[in-house]
Design a protein around this ligand. Structure first.
Ligand code: ZN
Ligand code: ZN
Length: 233
């Protein structure tokens, strides 16, 4: 038996950021230390930091934004890239851990919250094999012991990925009308949980969170903390 066999046996994966052999997760210890987490939440309308969670600038924002780190951080970017484009499922667990630890430090009482992933279309799921935000959401739900509501929000229209579009106005148009809540028999509008941790991998223009939050609020949700592993604005 050669040395390579043992390396593969005991170190089955590579760090998504630097390629070092690792035994579990998606990052080596060194790279994990290089993720620089944010310390505050942000305004859902203008993305200004909200120390102490007080929404001073836009009290009517549809949601409070939480982002664990910045998309400019090379480690976070490598993790998200590995998850979305190289189908590295272990990256979802690591991103979920980073997001949960960030969220745990925010001054917010999570009692009564449900965890809801931003849904993807059937077509996209078929193409990728899984919904990456659902995997991140599962880890966050497990960390806090909160219910994971996979189908509280569904995606009813399939369009080009947001990452293919640069213009913010076009990004808004691209997600408009894409989400819905499920109707039970006899209902004219769907009912969504009252308090939601809405999970996405990355937020750029905020178009996805805004459209998803508007849909949930129309179905009765009163409080939304929209959490992304990284934000790029
Ligand atoms: Zn590494
Ligand atoms: Zn604001």
């Amino acid at each position: 038996m050669d040395a390579r066999f043992f390396i593969d046996l005991f170190f089955p994966a590579e760090c998504a950021a630097c390629g070092t052999r690792i035994t579990h997760g998606a990052l080596c210890e060194g790279c994990r230390m290089d993720v620089i987490p944010h310390r505050t939440a942000f305004c859902g309308t203008c993305a200004a930091p909200l120390p102490g969670m007080r929404s001073i600038c836009h009290p009517r924002a549809l949601y409070v934004l939480g982002a664990a780190g910045d998309y400019g951080n090379p480690i976070l970017r490598a993790l998200i890239h590995a998850l979305k484009f190289e189908r590295m499922k272990a990256a979802a667990g690591t991103l979920g851990d980073i997001l949960a630890h960030y969220c745990a430090r925010l001054p917010v009482d999570l009692k009564g919250f449900s965890v809801v992933p931003v849904p993807i279309s059937k077509e996209r799921r078929r193409e990728r094999g899984f919904n990456q935000t659902e995997l991140i959401a599962a880890r966050v739900a497990g960390f806090f012991g909160l219910p994971l509501e996979r189908n509280a929000l569904i995606r009813v229209i399939h369009r080009d990925p947001q990452s293919d579009i640069e213009d913010p106005a076009a990004r808004y148009r691209n997600v408009q009308g894409c989400y819905a809540t499920v109707l039970r028999p006899g209902e004219r509008t769907g009912r969504a949980p009252g308090k939601i941790l809405l999970i996405d991998d990355v937020t750029t223009s905020g178009a996805t969170f805004r459209e998803a939050s508007a849909t949930l609020r129309a179905a009765g949700t009163r409080k939304i903390l929209a959490l992304a592993a990284a934000k790029s604005m």
